[in-house]
Design a binder for this molecule. Sequence first.
Ligand code: SAH
Length: 420
Amino acid sequence: MSTNPYPLGLRLAGRRVVVVGGGAVATRRVPALLDAGADVFLVAPELTPALRAHVDARRLHWAPRRFAPDDLDGAWLVQVAIDDPIAAASVSAAAAERRIFCVRADDRAAATAWTPAVTRHGPVTVAVLGGGDPRRAMSVRDAVRDLLAARVGEATGAPVRPGGPADATPGRVALVGAGPGDPELITVKGWRLLTQADVVVADRLVPGLLLDELRADVELVDASKIPYGPARAQEEINRILVERALAGRFVVRLKGGDPYVFGRGGEELLACAAAGVPVTVVPGVTSSIAAPAAAGIPVTHRAVAHEFTVVSGHVPPDSPASLVRWEHLAGLRGTLVVLMGLKNLAAITATLVAHGRPADTPAAVVQEGTTGAQRVLRSTLGAVAADVAAAGLRPPAVVVVGDVVPALSPRGDEPADPDG
Ligand code: SAH
């Protein structure tokens, strides 16, 4: 009799799957079952905190006790995630009686089904069985994953367009956040869409390394080189997005940080919607949080700051065009993060001090955060504008004001004591 496994993709949506055990193995197995839409029934006297979080969020049902054979009534599959061989064997016996496949983390030989090592790339799932050796399965899976990550554009990518024009897939646009600067801080989804793009329209602040890896046939539009004023340039970008998409191409609009944080992503979305072009938005890691973090500054910290406010400083506080009520911001106690604020920094800090934020409030400026060129300046609200000018800091930079600035350094900005 052959002992070769027969591979299957189980469609578990709405179907009961019983998981026996509430420890580390169950914690690792449950998310994929939930992702597949399974109706998970967990039997275990105790749970890990991660499993308890699923219970609290009502993503699964939990019977807080030991396994009983009746637990399998109505189930399509059971996963045994306990070490006790006698208890595990009783689950196997109950499963066999009911003709339910039984996965055994503790004993592959006793199992009637094996779970493969898996890697997922958008709609494609690759599952690897290692012929009885889970480590072999994982190393093959890792190799496949690397291959797909490198060549995902070819493997899962550009929509297949069979037949004539009637079947032609219409183009679409993805507004993708590229993250703050470190090319590894793009999201997995953003990266996948980028590798599938026919056209990439990129901002000045987008990490260059991300663009280095594009396929040679991808049309790259550098939005920062569009030779008009900002308003005309935005119209031109909108026009390029819509025109390329209507020509059936997949356009990725790659923007620094998060597309909706001072990124004009909303305008591009509206322009596409008005032209009937479908748009996907992929959030990004915003510099307003990541640049402080890269400088060791948490935007919130227990017992220090229970709020953070992100504000644009590109319009001076006294300008009629300003939408920011700086005099109210001056009354907040938490963290203030100013983007695009270097040019108007003297006016901004003076306004905050004039309306009551103490001049000795800690402040820091992080230039080109998360990149190899990162520079950090620590100062106070009263002195930071002069210090920035003296140090010659330039955009892109974020200004952080508040008691979180020294929060993670026990002695504030004092140099480390060599004897301590
Ligand atoms: N959508 C972007 C912000 C665009 S506005 C985001 O979510 O990050 C541009 C401003 O962002 C810059 O003027 C600067 O204030 C800030 N910025 C962007 N990248 C930065 C970085 N790596 N380090 C510091 N500030 C950055």
